[in-house]
Design a protein. Structure first.
Length: 557
């Protein structure tokens, strides 16, 4: 191992600490290192001072994805030498503004791993960078978990495979246990573990993390509050790699809802990277993917993910409290994760996705949960679906919900599954049947004294041309329609929970900045419902136009 030149020993400290982005995957083979390398390239192209650090202590190869055959210096110097800065270990790459902290090539003794991580995290604060991306490696070792916890952005990488989803659940289980072990007293940790084991007689698994916190809250004491406080800084993102179809992309929704209901944690989806043969070709040529194939689908997917990561996290306020809410206390719309204005098609679509997450026969189940726990979540989803899918039971449920008696655990008499099944099915959005129009969204001109309410009569196509009814659905037409209703973009963002930056990109037809199709469709439907437009028409026409490169589809007749 080369020793560092003496001239490189002194490096001035920056005035601002670099932002740490930690990237991990529950298992190897998900493309984590490839993504870290190309995320770094994309950020450097935006003028950011970036370094990527290879902290896979069991098989470092990040340098390969940056086109480097050998490295002169690596993090092994932290093991062998006393260092006051990491700056001398920064290696140049072929990309301006992008540096590499190369990983250790030889086997590392277990006794050296924890000190190495501690020194790295302590010294990383003095690097003259804007961003530092950590390739945390695979597995669930304490060193990997501590590196991941240190990041201001925690990014989980998965592929659309059941084993990959299972590994993410297990990684998160280990991460949460690590957080609690460092935040709670030993007796409180033991109390939490006992709460997890109270899953019922004959149970072969554990209670979910969320259910255990619910149990502690019901028992009284301070443990549930301390857990809530310990998890407040935890913000998780998901990047889905090697996506081949829309069905593959559904895994993002399955994991997102699983993390919410089993852990009580929000999992923010930042994008998907398509399966692309350009990846293999770039590796074989030992050239960085983003340089060798800048217009490939995979490169564009990484670019969109970086753009979303650089947008500040928009906390909707639900994260700290959701972990202490009993699933049975959620209303049926929250259980199905749809808006109260959702159409029957929206409810059907949500139900089909949730079945993949909670059905006992699903291949995407949390591997540690008991059969009782899985069945409980599945039963709640079934009850919510069978109540909301039929017009009669949904109307009655909405009436009770408006009176404060509609949530399953609120003590009200929400309709049981048997009553929902017996309702007349001819009202469920069948062909030839007209669905009831969703109520006017709260905050729209018709409800809250907006200046637009002084207009004579309702808004009609002659007053304001309607996208999807005689007017092509474009970003510009949606923006003009919204402005005619006097609805600020901030109001739309608050009601739909869609980021303002995403809404701005949508209205400007900046397609490269929009999320993956499976999420964009949902956003379009939410926006349409908020504007009083037909969600199906708006979603279909906008997506068709985007696929056609921005040309409005030709109307029939």
């Amino acid at each position: 191992m080369d020793h560092l030149p003496r001239s490189e020993a002194a490096t001035p400290s920056p005035t601002v600490r670099p932002s740490l982005w930690a990237v991990a995957g529950g298992k190897g083979g998900v493309g984590r290192s490839l993504l870290v390398a190309n995320m770094g390239i994309q950020m450097a192209r935006l003028g950011k001072r970036v370094a990527v650090a290879d902290l896979d202590l069991h098989g470092s190869n990040l340098h390969t994805y940056l086109g480097l055959k050998q490295v002169k210096r690596s993090l092994e110097n932290l093991v062998n030498e006393e260092m006051s800065s990491l700056a001398p270990l920064l290696l140049d790459t072929s990309v301006p503004n992008l540096k590499l902290l190369a990983g250790i090539q030889r086997p590392l003794k277990s006794s050296d791993r924890a000190p190495l991580v501690e020194r790295f995290l302590r010294l990383s604060a003095s690097l003259p960078l804007d961003y530092l991306l950590l390739d945390c490696g695979s597995g669930r070792s304490e060193e990997t978990l501590d590196l991941f916890r240190a990041g201001q952005r925690g990014i989980l990488v998965s592929t659309p495979e059941p084993s990959s989803a299972e590994s993410l659940y297990l990684f998160t289980e280990a991460l949460l246990q690590r957080v609690l072990a460092s935040s709670l007293a030993p007796a409180e940790v033991q109390g939490f573990l006992r709460a997890r084991e109270m899953g019922g007689s004959g149970s072969e698994g554990w209670r979910s993390f969320r259910s255990a916190v619910e149990q502690l809250r019901a028992e009284g004491g301070d443990a549930a509050r301390k857990i809530q406080e310990a998890l407040k800084p935890l913000r998780l993102r998901l990047l889905l790699n090697q996506v081949r179809s829309d069905a593959d992309g559904d895994l993002a929704i399955i994991l997102k809802t699983g993390f919410e209901k089993f852990f009580g944690l929000e999992l923010e989806f930042i994008g998907e990277v398509e399966f692309d043969l350009s990846v293999l070709q770039s590796i074989q040529k030992r050239k960085p993917l983003s340089q060798q194939y800048p217009n490939s689908p995979s490169t564009q997917g990484v670019e969109r993910a970086v753009s979303r990561l650089l947008t500040p996290f928009r906390d909707n306020g639900s994260h700290p409290d959701s972990i202490t809410q009993d699933l049975a206390a959620l209303d049926y719309y929250s259980l199905l994760e749809v808006e109260p204005t959702a159409s029957s098609k929206d409810i059907q679509r949500a139900y089909q996705l949730l079945k993949q997450a909670y059905d006992p026969g699903s291949c995407f189940l949390h591997p540690l949960l008991s059969a009782d726990q899985i069945q409980r979540a599945n039963d709640l989803v079934e009850t919510a679906y069978r109540t909301l899918i039929f017009l009669e039971t949904r109307t009655e449920y909405d009436r009770k919900r408006g009176a404060g008696r509609g949530s399953p655990g609120s003590g009200g008499s929400a309709d049981p599954p048997q009553a929902a099944v017996s309702a007349k099915e001819e009202h469920v959005g069948l062909p030839g049947k007209e669905e009831t129009r969703p109520p006017v969204p709260a905050g729209s001109p018709e409800k809250e004294g907006d200046p637009a309410k002084d207009r004579k009569g309702p808004v009609t196509p002659s007053d304001n041309p309607v996208p999807g009814r005689g007017l092509p659905v474009t970003g510009a037409s949606l923006r003009r329609f919204r402005e005619a209703l006097r609805l600020p973009l901030e109001v739309i963002a608050e009601k739909t929970k869609i980021r303002p930056s995403t809404l701005e990109a949508l209205e400007a037809d900046r397609f490269s900045e929009l999320p993956a199709p499976v999420f964009l469709k949902a956003f379009l439907r939410q926006l349409a419902s908020c504007l009083g437009l037909d969600p199906s028409v708006v979603s279909r026409e906008y997506m068709d136009r985007m696929r056609g490169g921005g040309t409005p589809p030709r109307r029939q007749g």
